[in-house]
Design a protein around this ligand. Sequence first.
Ligand SMILES: Cc1cc2nc3c(=O)[nH]c(=O)nc-3n(C[C@H](O)[C@H](O)[C@H](O)COP(=O)(O)OP(=O)(O)OC[C@H]3O[C@@H](n4cnc5c(N)ncnc54)[C@H](O)[C@@H]3O)c2cc1C
Length: 348
Amino acid sequence: MTPPIPSTDLGPTPASPLPELPGHTSRGRLERVLRRGEFAITAELNPPDSANPDDVYERVKHFDGFVDGVNATDGSGANCHMSSVAICALLTRVGYSPILQISCRDYNRIAIQGNVLGAAALGVCNVLALTGDGVQSGDHPEAKPVFDLDSTSLLSVIKIMRDERTFLSGRKITDPPRLFLGAAENPFAPPYDWRPLRLAKKIAAGAQYIQTQYCYDVPLLKQFMTKVRDMGLDEKCYILVGVGPLPSAKTARWMRSNVAGVHIPDEVIKRIEGAENQKAEGIKLCIDLIKEISEIKGVAGVHIMAYRKEESVGHIVTESGVLKGRQPFRRAFATPADSEMPPSAVAM
Ligand SMILES: Cc1cc2nc3c(=O)[nH]c(=O)nc-3n(C[C@H](O)[C@H](O)[C@H](O)COP(=O)(O)OP(=O)(O)OC[C@H]3O[C@@H](n4cnc5c(N)ncnc54)[C@H](O)[C@@H]3O)c2cc1C
């Protein structure tokens, strides 16, 4: 059966899969941009509570030309939404470069390994391995948590599938998944000294990049990065720092009290509270943070989590100036010829 054509006008057909490059583990744009040493931008797509593909396409259009990877969250906050595999499938179908988030809360190793193969077959090149939020934090607290694996063991399972061409059981995989492996880290949650050590464990298990929790405390990030550099971890793994616009001081206070692992200093809340237009100040704060974060040695990019504010991402990226004239993938410009062009000319 021919796949349904999304009713949203998304332009021409997607680019052909990119060719393999020596030393790369995936054929994806995110790995290319990072290995080229360019400042990478990823952004989180808020998953719809609907079965309508246009709800995904309408949101992702705001990222066109601004990001190198689109994160498809997996029941974050332990709330039910459209699945990350389905969102990734919709995105690869039209040429975007999604990051498949996998939370160990909802699936055992049999389901996860099947999903990894299926996602790779659909053109997914990036995975973010997560233990996942506990069921008690979401809208189905009576759900049965799985946690057969955690983020670190999940990384090693996918690494085995990719590099040793077998399932965890040892059974052969004929065509292995070509994936760029990532994990999350939280430099802003105590015990702070423990965070770089935990990162080292995730790198040893296979993490090639990390995306951090929201950063609203640059001194704390600098402290983390100093330890990371001392341990040489920034040489082994690309570090993308999480950022996001705060819509109001009230929301900031709510996030600080209710979202596990989110740290927002009082000065940040005061800055937003004191502004005439709190929403605009939240966006300005995010831009200022990106500029400051991009100057820290060892930081390879930022991960923008604009909760239900996808439309602000283009402005934030442009005003931060971190792309320095580079043009990430833009659907309207994608043609099969893109993959043949030299890196400087590729619309990635
Ligand atoms: C960029 C990003 C994306 C995320 N996307 C999702 C998603 O799609 N779905 C989802 O369910 N969750 C998501 N989360 C939340 C994340 O799963 C939880 O914050 C988790 O507790 C820590 O990250 P991890 O899953 O990598 O766990 P790990 O680092 O593997 O941690 C495992 C265990 O360590 C403990 N731990 C870790 N951090 C903390 C902390 N700050 N405070 C107390 N205990 C802690 C917990 O017991 C946790 O179960 C995301 C987080 C980040 C930073």
